[in-house]
Design a protein around this ligand. Sequence first.
Ligand SMILES: *[C@@H]1O[C@H](CO)[C@@H](O)[C@H](O)[C@H]1NC(C)=O
Ligand SMILES: *[C@@H]1O[C@H](CO)[C@@H](O)[C@H](O)[C@H]1NC(C)=O
Ligand SMILES: *[C@@H]1O[C@H](CO)[C@@H](O)[C@H](O)[C@H]1NC(C)=O
Length: 408
Amino acid sequence: MRSSCVLLAALLALAAYYVYIPVPVSVSEPWKLMLLDATFRIGQQVSHLIHSLGLSHHLIALNFFIISFGKKSARSSLKVKVTDTDFDGVEVRVFEGSPKPDEPLQRSVIYIHGGGWALAGAKVSYYDELCTAMAEELNAVIVSIDYRLVPQVYFPEQTYDVIRATKYFLQPEVLHKYKVDPGRVGISGDSAGGNLATVVGQQFSYVESLKNKLKVQALIYPVLQALDFNTPSYQQNMNTPILPRHVMVRYWVEYFKGNSDFVEPMIVNNHTSLDVERAAALRARLNWPSLLPASIRKHYKPVVQTTGDARIIQEMPQLLDAASSPLIADQEVLQGLPKTYILTCEHDVLRDDGVMYAKRLESAGVNVTWDHFEDGFHGCMIFTSWPINFSVGIRTRNNYIKWLDQNL
Ligand SMILES: *[C@@H]1O[C@H](CO)[C@@H](O)[C@H](O)[C@H]1NC(C)=O
Ligand SMILES: *[C@@H]1O[C@H](CO)[C@@H](O)[C@H](O)[C@H]1NC(C)=O
Ligand SMILES: *[C@@H]1O[C@H](CO)[C@@H](O)[C@H](O)[C@H]1NC(C)=O
């Protein structure tokens, strides 16, 4: 009896040690976030174990866990009709809300889910529920793209998939089939999906035949650059759940099918040191000491290495491509962009990617709404259903849908 008590106490202490990570006090529901993070970390560690045993790629294993947690089949309700189909060979799930009585043509949002270009999908319950809510509340048609993921394909295939599906949908006969108003289509996405949505937006801004086809873009804590992993938000949140810095840098390396030995040097910005010529020039476009407001910059100092590791850019030149890091796009590309909503969270390594893009767009004359959540953390907008419901999840979702309602 006594020894089992001791054992139980030891196990509890071990579990508490495992679950406990310092979480910022100002974050929404810190204890719940700690539990969510511990679950995700267990999933990641088990996946790495499976990988090292040679059973499966760790991202395939992790995605298997995520999908088994909640995959939803297409089921229609009175208010939203859900169908799975493909647009020019790219899988999509379409959510058709019921049209308003006085509007025969509906608005539409093309939605691109997050997950480090490697995880989740349109059929995963979090995204299925988000798109259902959007279709219902906006009386709109939501197209959620199931682009192919790492390690099935790598950059730039993900961008090709989302561009191909978007172009297909925007054809007059397809819009007509779904009863969508061609003048009221927007593009949107969260996290890595926000990266892909930004890339689609830019593509549609500089290709003459595609200009003005998107009315708005709405970017939720988007990933926008791989040049500086020491922005104030990367420094402040390097260990913040559920996306610590090393995990984000690893997603980048995996996206380019790069060597994971480069993760550590990239964390200290060795890939964009002053002796790496092209990189140093492009870093001027994310000159955060001038782009970020003082309230965001705080006391953080830029991390600029004099000498670094030129092999990193040689082996992964994609790191400097605006099709992966859309924050570094030319000013002329930004000028053609539609009205924009950018949501950022204080407790997120990606906060400053979003804030810098908002500032660059404003300078290019784009109408931008920057919506910042002081108690938000990366990924919060999809966590709205019990038991993984966060008050900031509900508030971010409400603001996002309200902005779309007023601007699309
Ligand atoms: C960064 O590069 C410098 C110069 O090559 C090297 O001394 C240092 O060890 C590198 N840092 C990491 C973390 O790889
Ligand atoms: C941006 O759009 C809003 C809403 O339509 C409008 O009130 C505002 O004047 C616009 N701002 C600029 C700078 O055009
Ligand atoms: C989560 O959902 C439960 C059950 O609906 C509710 O009682 C609780 O207040 C919610 N928590 C938050 C933070 O929204």
